[in-house]
Design a binder for this molecule. Structure first.
Ligand SMILES: N[C@@H](CCC(=O)N[C@@H](CS)C(=O)NCC(=O)O)C(=O)O
Length: 208
């Protein structure tokens, strides 16, 4: 049995829990670490993850930080080629979106979430929020244009771990109290994800 360290209201934990539900895996242990629970600065946690963020996945001797790495590991371990393809081209398409989420799409959303939902004063400066809103709009515009090219899911016709990674932020785009451009392909995609029980449970059902 493996262990996930991380609270269920964290975006990065929810991505992983959504994938686990898609995989039909429920025999794992989950421990509430992170903001509002056992602090990530606890010595036993720092020993596992010196970055002091959730999630951390521990599977036997393997200790993994980084939610997107955990998505790759879990889908690969189950041999789910549909979710994380072994073909180099198909895999590169999935990896591109996983990296884009971390390097680009996250930036605006992080500030909007902390400023408008958590209400952390470090993120409530109006100029910072305006710039974050522009960044989030640009990112969702890129995703909308991609989905409009007849892509039901991010990497094509089927759900992959790129969806588990970015679907979380699509949910935040629709759940945060922000002005939204009318991205129709993105809205249709969100409705498609909401038809899935695992998405309902771990993404929609856990709040913003
Ligand atoms: N790149 C890391 C980022 C992890 C991250 O920023 N986690 C946030 C929650 S979404 C966190 O741990 N915040 C501090 C806390 O909860 O104590 C990943 O994808 O796993």
């Amino acid at each position: 049995m493996f262990t996930i360290y991380g609270r269920t209201n964290s975006s990065n934990v929810r991505k992983v829990l959504w994938l686990l539900a898609e995989l039909g895996i429920d025999d794992y242990e989950r421990l509430d670490y992170g903001r509002g629970y056992t602090p990530c600065s606890s010595p036993e946690y720092v020993a596992l993850n010196p970055n002091m963020v959730v999630p951390t996945l521990v599977d036997g001797d393997l200790v993994l930080w980084e939610s997107n790495t955990q998505l790759r590991y879990l889908a690969g371990k189950q041999g789910r080629d549909d979710l994380y393809p072994s073909d180099i081209v198909a895999r590169a398409r999935v990896d591109m979106w996983l990296d884009w989420q971390l390097s680009t799409a996250l930036n605006g959303f992080r500030v909007l979430f902390q400023g408008l939902h958590v209400k952390d004063e470090a993120f409530t400066d109006p100029k910072g929020l305006e710039s974050a809103h522009k960044q989030a709009t640009t990112s969702m515009g890129i995703l909308d244009a991609h989905l409009a090219k007849d892509n039901a899911y991010i990497a094509g016709e089927n759900l992959t771990i790129a969806d588990c990674c970015l679907g979380m932020y699509v949910h935040r785009w629709f759940a945060l109290p922000i002005e939204r451009q009318d991205f129709q392909a993105l809205a249709a995609y969100y409705e498609r994800l909401k038809e899935r029980d695992p998405f309902q449970k771990w993404i929609v059902g856990q709040g913003v």
